[in-house]
Structures are given as C-alpha cells and as structure tokens.
Design a protein around this ligand. Structure first.
Ligand SMILES: NC(=O)c1ccc[n+]([C@@H]2O[C@H](COP(=O)([O-])OP(=O)(O)OC[C@H]3O[C@@H](n4cnc5c(N)ncnc54)[C@H](OP(=O)(O)O)[C@@H]3O)[C@@H](O)[C@H]2O)c1
Length: 306
C-alpha cells in the first residue's frame, strides 16, 4: 500500500511517499481503508524525533494518528463491526499509521461515523475534541457560569474547546488574531482578544485558562487567574502552582471514550468542525508544513486517494 514514510527524523521535508506492507491483523483488530486523516502538532513532534522518550518509534514509520475510513476486514473476535462500516478513531502515537492507505487497529478503538458526518469531519475530531474536553472538564473542572480564557481559540484544539466551554454554560474569552475573531465568536466565544494588538491581562479575572501556547502567553496568564483558579497547559509539562493558583499539564490519554459524545453533539447540530485545508496523501509533506506555520484555522486534513 501507499503511505507517507519517515526514514530519518527531521522537519516535514523528511517525509516521502512510498510503498509499504500492512502488518498482520490480530483476532481483536480491524483493517481500515483510510479515507481521511487529521494532522496534529504531535505528528510534527514525532517526525522531528522530539517524542522518543514518551512515544518511542522505530523507523521507517508511517506518521498520523487521527483517521476515518471504511472497515475492510475484522478479526475473528470482533462482533460489533463488519466490512463496509464507516468508522473513525485515533491510533496510539507510537503506532501512527494514519497517513497511509490502510491501518490495522484494535476494533474497540473504532467508532461508527453517522451518515450525516463526512470522512473529513470525522478525521478532524479525535485529538482536538478529546483534548479539549479532557483539558476543560477533567483537568480544568470547568463549571456552568465560570469564566474561561482559551488561548489559540482558532486552532484545532481551541476551536473545539470554545464550543465545549460554551455548551457547558461558561463565559468564554478566546485569543486569536484579528482575522479569526468572527470565526471564534461564531463558535460561541463571548469575547475575542486579538493577541497581536491587545493585552489579555486587561480582561479581568477568570476561573480557568486553557493554554496551548506556553512561554510568555502562559507566564502572563497567571495574572488573570482568581485565587484558587487553574491554568491547564497542553505544552508546559513542568508547570507548578503559584500564589494559591493551580497549574496542571494535560497529557491526552485516549480519544476513544470521547468519540460517542462528539457524534452526539454533531448529530444534535451543536458541533461545528472547521477545516483549514485538505491535502492529498501525496502532499503529506505540504500538509505538515501548513500546520507547522502555527496558524492553522481549524484542522489541516489529508484526503487519502485509494
Ligand atoms: N498535551 C497534550 O496531550 C496535547 C494534546 C493536543 C495538542 N497539544 C498541543 O497543543 C498545541 C495546540 O494544538 P492545536 O492542534 O490546537 O494546534 P494548531 O491547530 O496548530 O493551532 C494553531 C492556532 O494557534 C493560534 N496561535 C498561534 N500563536 C498564538 C498566540 N501567541 N496566541 C494565541 N493564539 C495563537 C493560531 O491563531 P492565529 O492564526 O489567529 O494566530 C492558530 O489558529 C500544540 O502544541 C499541540 O502539540 C497537546
């Protein structure tokens, strides 16, 4: 089968397209013919070799975790899926495999795609939706009526987090560049701050900050937190509490438990899925380069040609 291949660590330019064999399927697994894949910053970090201590990979490696497709075959123990089913999910980061024509994965990690959801929409969800919910609700303990500041609100995770916080009844403040303000408002933000020209520290206190940026953005965020409030960061794993305020890092565990909730919200018309761009599998390198700009508006996707 055709796949994006990494044979040496580096930037997106190390990715080539080549032929490779699919691994054997175990009795509890399914083979999925991939239709679309979602690109995440984690893919860039794995390809660069930065994640070797956390998610060690061996080369050659097929990158990509978020995918959607059609079940092609199931192992003998699999009873809840059959060939032809439309499914989506997230492979384990060390396993990768989404940027290829086929993938073998535990059948329990697959969720059915409803007819009204496209393959592109489904592939956008696993990491972004699941991380947003884990950060806001498991780590952030966000409750109705609280004020939350969501940085990078136009990005993959941010665009989901704004909607999840709004649905939960929070007052949502998002940061984005001016060109993305209308988008972030349309997702449910009550206020949008242009991080390039405005200082978000003027907005008054909040109960929770969701930080996908780190560095100076994280540092400044402490001053808008009420006492006892929380910063949940996706990128600074050494964060520590400060002046009676809590700092916690999220390490996204598994997308699988959150997928049915994403489907439920989508069917109820409560979930917008924002697409930045779609690249063919042959242009996986360009898809990763687009994401590496740090200014994707929603999700960058790969449409796999079979
Ligand atoms: N810890 C975990 O388990 C976990 C899970 C998921 C993601 N993450 C990490 O979280 C980060 C975000 O992921 P993502 O998928 O959302 O990335 P993304 O889609 O690439 O984010 C792009 C967005 O960031 C915005 N942005 C860039 N600089 C900004 C700034 N200084 N202030 C506010 N917004 C800014 C851009 O907005 P403009 O174009 O408007 O500038 C753009 O919309 C990545 O580093 C990723 O690795 C961690």
């Amino acid at each position: 089968m055709k796949a994006a291949l990494v044979t040496t660590f580096g930037g997106p330019d190390v990715i080539s397209i080549g032929e490779t064999a699919l691994r054997d399927m175990q009795p509890d697994e399914a083979t999925v013919r991939i239709e679309a894949a979602g690109v995440n910053p984690l893919d860039l970090k794995i390809v660069a070799g930065y994640m070797q201590q956390v998610f060690p990979i061996t080369l050659p490696y097929i990158p990509g975790n978020d995918f959607s497709g059609v079940v092609e075959a199931v192992g003998a123990q699999v009873t809840h899926l059959q060939p032809g089913d439309r499914v989506f999910g997230r492979s384990k980061p060390g396993a990768g495999g989404a940027f290829g024509q086929r993938l073998v994965i535990a059948a329990t990690d697959l969720c059915a795609i409803p007819p009204e959801m496209s393959f592109e929409q489904a592939a956008s969800l696993p990491t972004a939706f699941g991380t947003a919910r884990q950060a806001l609700f498991d780590s952030g303990r966000l409750r109705r009526g609280q004020r939350v500041l969501i940085h990078a609100a136009a990005g993959g995770v941010g665009s989901m987090a704004v909607q999840q916080a709004h649905l939960a009844g929070a007052y949502v403040i998002g940061t984005a560049s001016a060109g993305n303000a209308d988008l972030v408002k349309s997702l449910g933000a009550d206020e949008v701050i242009d991080y390039r020209t405005q200082d978000f520290r003027q907005l008054g206190v909040v109960d929770l900050v969701l930080d996908p940026i780190g560095g100076e953005t994280l540092e400044k965020s402490w001053s808008v937190l009420r006492e006892g409030g929380r910063i949940v960061t996706l990128v600074e794993f050494g964060i520590e509490p400060r002046n009676g305020r809590i700092g916690e890092a999220v390490f996204f565990a598994s997308a699988t438990p959150s997928l049915p909730e994403a489907v439920r919200q989508f069917k109820a018309g409560q979930l917008q899925i924002v697409t930045d761009s779609i690249f063919p599998l042959e242009d996986t390198r360009a898809a990763l380069e687009k994401l590496a700009t740090g200014h994707a508006r929603g999700k960058v996707l790969i449409r796999t040609r079979n």
